[in-house]
Design a protein around this ligand. Structure first.
Ligand code: FES
Length: 492
């Protein structure tokens, strides 16, 4: 009995601590907070263009920019505001060092195909650098080194393997133990001459060039369906229709899904803190795949340098106590850095694929619809590479990378496909696992495919554990693939 009493006290204390824990800093992405809001009008009447680009993130905007340069007319359609969803919450590292991908790609596809991923991403770095220079975009672009590091002796072999694989593919990889982090590491894959920037400043720069001369950006315009005809597509939106010869779906999770991507895209959420520290911040871009994944980079701000410290990733919608994840990051920041203040906290969502390769190309079963998704958290380079591939496919130009990224490619990682499929199937069987608030007038049945949404206690949203749709507290859809709000009538 005595033990139960103490157990009760401890639980009570923990619960109280949870209740009193204030998330640190503003709940806002620094990138969004430090740039002006966009104010493009919604679609006001039916129009016709050469290419409709659905989604206003890095893949959509860069595609539109490249196609406009080739003399095509463009309409970008964004459900909310451009550069606000996933691209507005990125860590904005411009690098081809993507964790431990190259050993995996060589083992899975062979060296020649793995080289396409490496070259395509290296080319994307150069392309961003040249746009920044040629278009004179003031976006804090700077060269930086990238590191995948470990603090664990057991991971050193993996580091060595990755360096060997990357070198085989001609990448600038070497081993180092030297970093400007304020703690010791056991070793790292080191890529020199990579880069970082302010993603919104960069893309706002591109957006100014895209609009005009019969090219459009429509915000607060949600694409709902595409009607396919042999020659002309009709994009049906909540504000009218757009006729186009081609359409690009760059909506993170494809909203128009003839390829059943909901069975082969795995959404993952992760968290970021914007941290001011009392000493000189490290200037490298760091990523650790140890037990607790961590992502660190330095950001220029008007009030001095800040670090973004990220991690605590999990399958979207499958953790409800997200407050504890921010708390873990805050503890980590204090353990590793001399923290002056934590000014921001925000989160993001990425899509993984079974084989680790994005889906970029013609949408399965369609002639003139293209898509780009599954960037695995490396959207700055993969999104830019996607734009080049899609531009070439639409214009019928040769592109050596396109076949490797083809969304209709045969499935390679069958085991992961089945494991993830079982996980998703399990979510349908799940009971409501969230704590209150339990809505009395809102069905929690996700409007995509009926999985039950869970409460996310830090963001105050309903997150679907099957394919990552998200809804506001009162049921408004804020992230697809769902297109419709949670139902108010169907009380469950
Ligand atoms: Fe597919 Fe919810 S996102 S069922």
């Amino acid at each position: 009995m005595k033990f139960s009493y103490f157990e009760f006290i401890i639980k009570w204390a923990m619960k109280n601590q949870e209740k009193n824990y204030a998330l640190p800093g503003r709940f806002e992405s620094f990138w969004i907070d430090s740039t002006p809001e966009t104010n493009f009008s919604p679609l006001g009447k039916n129009i016709s263009v050469d290419v409709a680009v659905i989604g206003g993130g890095i893949a959509g905007l860069t595609s539109a920019f490249l196609l406009k340069n080739e003399g095509r007319t463009i309409a970008i359609i964004e459900a909310d505001r451009i550069i606000k969803d996933v691209t507005g919450h990125t860590t904005a590292k411009i690098t081809s060092l993507h964790g431990y991908i190259y050993k995996h790609l060589i083992d899975t596809f062979g060296q020649e195909k793995a080289r396409l991923y490496a070259e395509g991403n290296q080319k994307a770095i150069k392309q961003i650098a040249s746009f920044v220079k040629d278009l004179n975009i003031d976006c804090d672009f700077e060269r930086a080194s990238a590191y995948t590091y470990t603090e664990n002796d057991q991971q050193l072999k993996q580091i060595e393997n990755e360096i060997e694989a990357a070198q085989k593919l001609g990448l600038p990889a070497s081993f180092t133990k030297e970093t400007d982090l304020p703690f010791k590491i056991k070793g790292a894959v080191y890529f020199e001459d990579q880069a970082q920037f302010h993603p919104r400043k960069y893309l706002l720069g591109l957006s100014k060039i895209i609009e005009g001369d019969k090219n459009f950006i429509f915000e607060n315009t949600r694409a709902l369906a595409i009607k396919e005809d042999d020659k002309i597509l009709t994009i049906v939106t909540n504000r009218g229709e757009i006729k186009a010869k081609h359409a690009i779906i760059a909506t993170h999770f494809p909203f128009y899904d003839k390829g059943r991507f909901y069975t082969k895209l795995y959404p993952r959420r992760s968290y970021v803190l914007g941290v001011k520290i009392k000493s000189e911040p490290p200037k490298g871009m760091y990523y650790s795949r140890d037990k607790d994944i961590r992502s660190i980079r330095y950001i220029k701000t008007e009030k001095g340098p800040m670090l973004s410290i990220g991690g605590e990733g999990h399958k979207a919608g499958q953790v409800t106590d997200t407050i504890s994840l921010y708390k873990n990051l805050e503890n980590y920041a204090h353990e590793r850095f001399n923290v002056e203040s934590i000014d921001y906290h925000w989160s993001t969502q990425d899509n993984d694929t079974p084989d680790g390769v994005p889906y970029i190309g013609r949408s399965p079963g369609s002639k003139n619809i293209y898509l780009a998704t599954g960037f695995g958290g490396w959207g700055m380079t993969n999104g830019t590479l996607a734009a080049t591939i899609l531009k070439d496919l639409i214009l019928d130009y040769p592109n050596e990378w396109a076949p490797f990224f083809d969304p209709s490619r045969p499935l390679k990682q069958v085991k992961r496909f089945f494991t993830e499929g079982i996980n998703i199937a399990g979510q349908y069987a799940n009971k409501y696992i969230s704590k209150p608030p339990k809505p009395s007038d809102l069905s929690l049945s996700c409007t995509h495919l009926g999985c039950r949404a869970n409460w996310n206690n830090a963001e105050k949203t309903w997150d679907c554990p099957c394919h990552g749709s998200r809804f506001s507290k009162d049921g408004k859809v804020i992230h697809g693939p769902a297109l419709r709000d949670l139902s108010k009538k169907d009380i469950k």
